[in-house]
Design a protein around this ligand. Sequence first.
Ligand code: URA
Length: 296
Amino acid sequence: MPPLSEAIEKKLAARLHYYEDLGIRQFYKDPAVRASAVDASPAMPVAPAAASRVSYEEPPLPKTTSRPNPVVRSGSSQASPAAAPALVLPPRAAAPSLFDAVNKIPGDTLLKIREDLGDCTRCKLHKTRKNIVFADGNPTAELIFVGEGPGADEDAQGLPFVGRAGKLLNQMIEAMGMRRQDVYICNVVKCRPPENRLPEKDEIEKCSPFLLRQLDTIAPKVIVCLGACAAQTLLETNRGISQFRGQWLDFRGHKLMATYHPAYLLRNPSAKAEVWKDLQKVMAVLGLEVKKGKSA
Ligand code: URA
């Protein structure tokens, strides 16, 4: 066990890096001074205030692999010049990946995946859940949204994104010119983490193979990761989401776009403009008409 001061220091450093990732480098004791500083730079996402989805933030996940933080690896089929990300890292090292063991299963179906999941007790989340939240939407969708994990409303209804964040997601989908039933919506973990805490490493490890099978089976044109948890899980990185959101990335041959989570937008409406830019890139790839200025 590290000494308490070291643990606190580590937590503090992680939190400061998170704010730094968001472009926040100054903190103000006096709320009036802070407000005027934030007003002066409208593009800067403001630090989270009190929330309904218990202090939703975009912090880095605990490290899940010993690999360097990969975002897009060179040699990836999706790293086309038009969509070139700022950061191209060397091809994967032989280090074990959470997903290497999950091969594409020929003939896999969503029904089979749901059956295999069963009345899951693979991790501790089963003890407190009311319902498994498998997914919602179109099983042949060209677009998949991946969130973090069910909240209270989702747990109660057994459906993803049906609470406040879900309503905003629906508006975002409609602003893109689609309906909720046109897309597929799922989460990294299928059971609600108590108190809406972040899913833990062991929970993600147990649950994400099912997510992977869902993604492989549907094989969408585009995967949109909503928030840091989904993006960091699929990309196996600890980088702050603001370092790579809005860039086309590759996930097992699928185009992946990471953007901020709707719950984050509820607390930081100024970040909506960034998300809308990301979604417009998705619309262009899906052949949807990109209307300037229209956003959720
Ligand atoms: N937040 C998520 O990440 N997923 C949901 O299903 C609902 C809220």
